[in-house]
Each structure stands twice: as C-alpha cells, then as structure tokens.
Design a protein around this ligand. Sequence first.
Ligand SMILES: [Zn+2]
Length: 176
Amino acid sequence: MEECPFCGIASKKVPSLIVYEDNNFMAILDIRPANKGHTILFPKKHKTSIFDLSNNETNKIFHIAKELIKNIKVVTKCSGVNLVYSIGEAAGQRVPHMILHLIPRNKGDKVAITWEPQKISEEEFKKIAEELLKANKSISEQVIEEKKEKIITEEELKKIKPAEIIELEPREPKYW
Ligand SMILES: [Zn+2]
C-alpha cells in the first residue's frame, strides 16, 4: 500500500512546518499555498474522511479550526478565510487522509472557488428539499445540544417558493 503523506507528516518521518499540534490533531503550512498562511489541519491517526471521526473528534477538529482561523487572521492580517474540505475524488480530495484547508483571503487575490449556478425547476427544488428535510429529521436528535433550536417545518417549507429563494440569494461565485 502506498504510504499516506499525512501519516508520514503526523509521525514526523516527513518534515513539515508545524503550526499546531496536540495528541490527536496537527496543523501545518501547505507547501503549495494559495496564500501566505495557508494551513492544513488534520487528525494524526489515519482517517479517510470526516465519517471516520467520532462526534467528539468532529467537534474537536472544528473547534481547533475555529481557533486557528482566529490566529491566521491576526498573524496574516487577511480580510477573510475559506475553510475548504473535500470529500471524495469527485470533490477534489487528492489524498487518502482527511484534511481541512484554512485559506487566508484578501480582496483581489488569486484564489478562485467557484461554480456555475445551475438552473433547477421549481418542482425539482421542492422535491430535493422535501427529500433532504425528511432525511435530515433525525439529525437534531443525534446532535448533543442543550438548547433546542428552531427547525423549519414541512409546512413552513411549502410556503417558501424556490423562485423567491433564488431571488433572495443570488449565487455570485466571486462573493463567496
Ligand atoms: Zn494517513
């Protein structure tokens, strides 16, 4: 089996510029950065994707990401940060290890994260929304939250016209 590059980095067999480390997670500078301060955060144990993390580990990695982003903003003086996480080859996952990219952003930089907005009929919009809402029903029960947050009901969803959603939130790739 081919050696996983991030397992090599985690075990320090492969040298890297470490910017954060604890018992379970590590963050390094990307050697091919999109911008100065481009950081990669990953679990030290080999995990293919977020689906291999426990809920506790998931909380921890996003907690750490949040803190790293705060410091990236202070240190690099960037005006924004993209948190990029790709699951699967089709989405651009190029290594077999789960990694989060923390990319400092500035107006007019050379980073492009973009897509062509697709035309979807009102019917298709409603269908996919209903299917997803149904599939997502059990999430709130799984997530350990002290406070119950307001969740959109199917009745409320039906009142929203997809055309209005499109109008309210135009997808301008350059702005996200
Ligand atoms: Zn690995």
